[in-house]
Design a protein around this ligand. Sequence first.
Ligand code: SIN
Ligand code: CO
Length: 388
Amino acid sequence: MSLPLDVLGGITAEQFLAEYWQKKPLLVRNALPDIANILEPKDVLELALDENVTARLIKQKDRDPNQWSVKTSPLLKADFQKMPKLWTLLVQAVDHYSFDLSEFWKQFSFIPQWRRDDIMVSYAEKGGSVGKHFDFYDVFLVQGHGHRRWQLGQMCDAETEFVAGQPLRLLPEMDINFDEVLAPGDLLYVPPGLSHYGVAEDECLTYSFGFRMANVTEMMDRVADKFTENPLLKNPLLDIIRKHVTPVGQVTESEIEYLKEKLFEQLQNSTVIEDAIMSVMSESKYPDNIPEAEEIGTGDLEEALDQGYQLMLEPASRLLYTEQDGDILFWANGEGLCISDEFAVHLKTLADGQSLMLDETLYDADILEDIAMLLNESILMLVPTESE
Ligand code: SIN
Ligand code: CO
């Protein structure tokens, strides 16, 4: 049995998963008090103007707040001129830019990394919101700076209708059954499909720790890519044994069966399917945000051994593994990795979110080569121990 977690208000991860996860909301006061001062509104404004950032500026007309507009990134200073009274700035993947913020993912390690999406921040002044809506998304909303009033309503689904003619998928109404103001450090878990409406009470920053959900189309797409990469599968299939003459326009049942069989034979090939699934799941949401690494060689690493450095996951990258019959296989940022057996056990602990001291125990040619490759690919990063 696991321990009660402060981030979940004193319940265990198992209790949370059984009673709340994907089922009902959970409000936790003072869940992450240390998040309050990580960013200030001016930091978010500055970040929104970075040309590589994914951001949206949402405005409501002063004359009619039911008229919305959305400007997507790249955002320019001019977009912030002549602002209406009600507006919200949304910036995605802030965890790729703030290492301190990305460390807060550790508080949610009861949900595996492959389900993580990113941390979005919303910035608004009094009255600002993104409207009444729902997402097919699990999200922990955590209040940073300032206060936000959250109202929750009915469950919605693919059939739910939206307000016509607006650039956002807004709900015409909400049956409110929850109404609370969140202060810095407070957390609200919102399950997929639950309608929600968050309005800034003052100048406020809200973090959304979002979790992606897999979908079959995306996986199918990648499965198809993996098969098309195999030139052998381009070979023509020999004809089915042809005993009778059949009507010239018909494809017979046995012919269809034969072709399907050939297709299913390949689909049964589980290494390709697993490779496809793992490639999709290990893809970074914003691959363009992965920082370019400074080239490092095994010689540099050898010199750095025992010099007070540690290895960590690069927050913008994604590293996952599978383990079967003692074999550990790794994928990162959409690709399979080739890792020596000696380093695999260490890399597994890194993928599980721990850091690893760069010391004598890693003095091995294969291991140092693996580390250099992972650093050069920006999958891992090397940080001085005292910066922890
Ligand atoms: C917000 O923080 O204002 C938007 C987050 C959400 O509704 O998912
Ligand atoms: Co939402």
